[in-house]
Design a protein around this ligand. Structure first.
Ligand SMILES: Cc1ncc(COP(=O)(O)O)c(C=O)c1O
Length: 407
């Protein structure tokens, strides 16, 4: 297709999707809302480090490497947080467990409030769980490719990561032969950042049974669970907690980590995170470890969680609906560019996970940067040649980024 024909075909897609794209365009900011040189550009990490981390990217680059969304969180969150700050000081004791059980219950997940342990950060919580339940030198399976800090949590604690690869669709375990019965723990991201994939209930049950048989603790990072879609990119209820609903007590050797940071775009205040631990003896040890390291969630982020979980379900649904639109739009554009075979866009997340090995040679991250698209480096997820693009952004940015990469 020549350039004019492609642009015409894109215009036709945009006409077909006009209502949905208009909605998405109204929720997500364009690059020009934060560029050039606004105070926001200097402060927002995804822009501020461009010059140092991605030195070859031109000034006009789209910055799509980070996992945050180009939309402001619900405005009443700021009001709740500031009114709390105005009236409270000193250490605070705020119980968020009921808010969390109520939030989960709305999608059919029933857990007891006492299962919940609040924590200041998911990554720190995973590292702490590894230190609490494993020893230096232990082997830890990591379902791969996945979010880089999960590997680092293993290596930084002087444990040995063993990659357990899954099929691209991630609907089933296709590499259980590499399952290491000597490992002390298995770490996974579910749904998986960057691939957006989810294990089927059958695969979850098989994996959990095998872990249980060998007394292997399962540590699951579930911070992207709210971004869940059907094959037409319509919003689905959040991905069920790992191991829940797949068999009796399947989750008794699982620690799940969730947070508000992604679902409500609250990275700016460190969204309250929490672990869900059904097994009482694991929980008691973990609570003691959190206490020991003063790693409880900050009161201010608990206030934000309460406000988000109690009052902003509709806001979240709107955002996830718009991400569904962006996913469908990106797929249509890649189809028109005949690049569908580069992309994995599984059932969850707001990322395009692109296999660029056939397209660019040499340093692929560099090639994308030179074209004016700053992407997440697949090598950090143990998948060199792949890149991750956030599409929780204005549709015009998606179009421009894909044209720059592929045309
Ligand atoms: C899978 C996953 N886990 C954890 C985190 C870190 O989340 P937080 O900033 O809330 O600690 C991220 C952030 O990108 C993530 O994608």
């Amino acid at each position: 297709m020549n350039d004019t024909a492609l642009l015409e075909a894109i215009a036709n897609v945009e006409t077909e999707m006009s209502d949905a794209l208009a909605k998405s365009s109204s929720l997500f900011e364009t690059d020009s809302a934060v560029l050039p040189d606004s105070g926001e550009q200097q402060r927002r990490l995804k822009f501020s480090v461009s010059k140092t981390r991605f030195a070859t990217a031109p000034n006009y680059s789209h910055s799509l490497w980070l996992a945050d969304m180009d939309c402001v969180p619900p405005s009443s969150l700021a009001a709740s947080v500031s009114s709390f700050m105005a009236g409270h000081f000193g250490y605070q004791d705020i119980d968020i467990r009921r808010d969390i059980t109520d939030y989960l219950k709305r999608d059919g997940t029933i857990i007891k409030p006492e299962f919940i342990v609040d924590i200041a950060s998911v990554v720190a919580g995973i590292a702490l769980a590894l230190r609490t339940f494993c020893e230096t030198g232990d082997k830890v399976m990591v379902v791969s490719p996945t979010y880089g800090p999960l590997y680092s949590a293993v290596t930084q604690n002087n444990m040995t990561p063993v990659s357990l690869f899954l099929s691209a669709e991630y609907s089933d375990i296709d590499d259980l032969d590499r399952f290491d019965p000597e490992a002390r723990a298995l770490v996974l991201c579910h749904p998986n950042n960057p691939t957006g994939s989810i294990l089927s209930p059958k695969a979850q049950a098989a994996l959990l049974a095998r872990c249980k048989r060998h007394n292997i603790l399962v540590i699951s990072d579930e911070v992207h669970r709210e971004f869940h879609f059907d094959q037409y990119d319509n919003r689905l209820p959040p991905v069920p907690l790992f191991g829940y609903g797949v068999g009796d007590c399947a989750h008794s050797n699982v620690i799940s980590f969730c947070s508000t940071s992604k679902a409500f775009n609250l990275a700016a205040i460190g969204g309250a995170s929490y672990a869900i631990i059904a097994n009482p003896s694991l929980r008691t040890r973990f609570i003691a470890a959190v206490d020991n390291e003063h790693l409880e969630a900050a009161p201010i982020s608990k206030i934000a969680l309460q406000e988000a979980y109690r009052s902003h379900r509709c806001w979240q649904h709107e955002i996830v609906d718009c991400i569904g639109t962006n996913r469908a739009y990106a797929k249509r554009l890649l189809g028109l560019m005949k690049k569908e075979n580069t992309i994995s866009l599984n059932s969850a997340s707001y990322f395009l996970w692109l296999d660029l090995r056939q397209l660019f040679s040499g340093d692929i991250l560099e090639a994308c940067c030179r074209r004016g698209v700053i992407v997440g480096n697949g090598a950090h997820c143990h998948a060199p040649g792949f890149v991750r693009l956030s599409i929780a952004c204005h549709p015009t940015v998606i179009k421009s980024a894909l044209l720059r990469l592929f045309y």
